[in-house]
Design a protein around this ligand. Structure first.
Ligand code: FDA
Length: 310
């Protein structure tokens, strides 16, 4: 694991660092590399470009520290407008949305009910547009709430998906209960700084847990979404989908916007369904710092960009 990971994840919560870094223009190389724009129009244009290249998207309106109901409502309205735009642009079969429950009210007083009702509004808009919603997974204190919300949402919108994090000890059990029906489950390693009581710390243990979870998902009836840039895991996943007799289109690969674009194209060219997680919005700071924490090479790219701006 990168020695920068923990300090950077701490930095992702620092107000001073945020003020400093957010002064960089969004057009700055590093931000634009991971976040294609601040506006809905820019997000739709990026989704169009990827669709033209045969790549699906899941679009995330950035934001995770929602502190009042009005802010949560604005985010819901943004998602509804985005979904209407995707339908109007004929992109509904190519693009879906990813939603963080903390962005739509989970941390507010009575947050579970608020976030569930807001998520329901987004799921309804997605359903009307002809596409789907996937719930992002956040830090471990939110896992139970997110899975409970998923179960509620799936009663009316069975196509609703969820992300699970291989680094959490609980996730193998969660995968067993999620690998049913048409359940859409995005398996990723996990991006938060978690205590050892709840999460594997060693990268090798996370990778092994990822493979065990993937086997459970591929063996089940659901629709696994394999979210990793790790070349070894992509190779293992490609072998496992054959071993479990999975036809293309009964699972998909997912990567983040700006991460291994050539690999995204290569997989799509071999007939795999590939979906890119496409974040947009002005609240890009926390997302960007998590990406930097994952990959020191991204950090040096960022620091060079920062110095050259002076
Ligand atoms: P990891 O970062 O461990 O890298 C392993 C190897 O992959 C590296 O050594 C390198 O060889 C290669 N590699 C990685 N990144 C590369 C790059 N940019 N360019 C070239 N090579 C690279 N997390 C979460 O907690 N909740 C969530 O809801 C989501 N959602 C989500 C959606 C999607 C579509 C993705 C791809 C990821 C997430 N994540 C997430 C983030 C996830 O948990 C994880 O933090 C990152 O994907 C990084 O882990 P990797 O599996 O990519 O490998």
């Amino acid at each position: 694991m990168s020695p920068f990971r923990q300090p950077l994840l701490l930095l992702s919560r620092s107000g001073t660092a945020k003020t400093l870094l957010t002064k960089l223009p969004l057009a700055g190389d590093i931000v634009a590399r991971f976040v294609p724009g601040e506006t809905l129009e820019e997000a739709v244009a990026a989704a169009r470009e990827l669709a033209d290249a045969g790549i699906h998207t899941t679009i995330d309106h950035l934001g995770e520290d929602t502190t009042d109901a009005a802010q949560a409502n604005r985010i819901v309205a943004e998602y509804v407008a985005l979904l209407e735009a995707l339908a109007a642009e004929g992109l509904a079969s190519w693009a879906e949305v990813s939603v963080k429950l903390t962005a739509i009210g989970l941390d507010l007083p009575g947050g579970r009910a608020v976030a569930l009702e807001n998520a329901r509004r987004i799921c309804r808009a997605a359903h009307n547009a002809g596409t789907t919603v996937t719930l992002d997974m956040e830090d471990h204190t939110t896992t139970d709430d997110i899975l409970a919300a998923l179960r509620d949402l799936q009663q009316d919108f069975p196509e609703t998906g969820v992300a699970v994090q291989a680094y959490l000890h609980r996730t193998e059990t969660d995968c067993r209960s999620l690998a049913r029906g048409s359940s859409r489950v995005r398996l990723c390693k996990g991006a938060y700084d978690e205590p050892e009581e709840v999460a594997h710390a060693a990268p090798v243990d996370v990778d092994r847990a990822f493979v065990r979870c993937l086997k459970t998902l591929l063996d089940g009836e659901g629709y696994p979404m394999i979210a990793t840039h790790d070349p070894r895991l992509v190779e293992i996943a490609s072998a496992l989908v054959s071993r479990y007799g999975r036809a293309a289109g009964t699972y998909e690969f997912q990567m983040l916007y700006g991460c291994r674009p050539e690999e995204q194209q290569r997989l799509a060219a071999t007939g795999e369904r590939v979906r890119v997680y496409l974040p947009y919005g002005s609240d890009w700071y926390g997302y960007l710092v998590r990406r930097l924490a994952e990959r020191p090479r991204n950090l040096s790219f960022f620091l060079t960009a920062l110095v050259s701006k002076k």
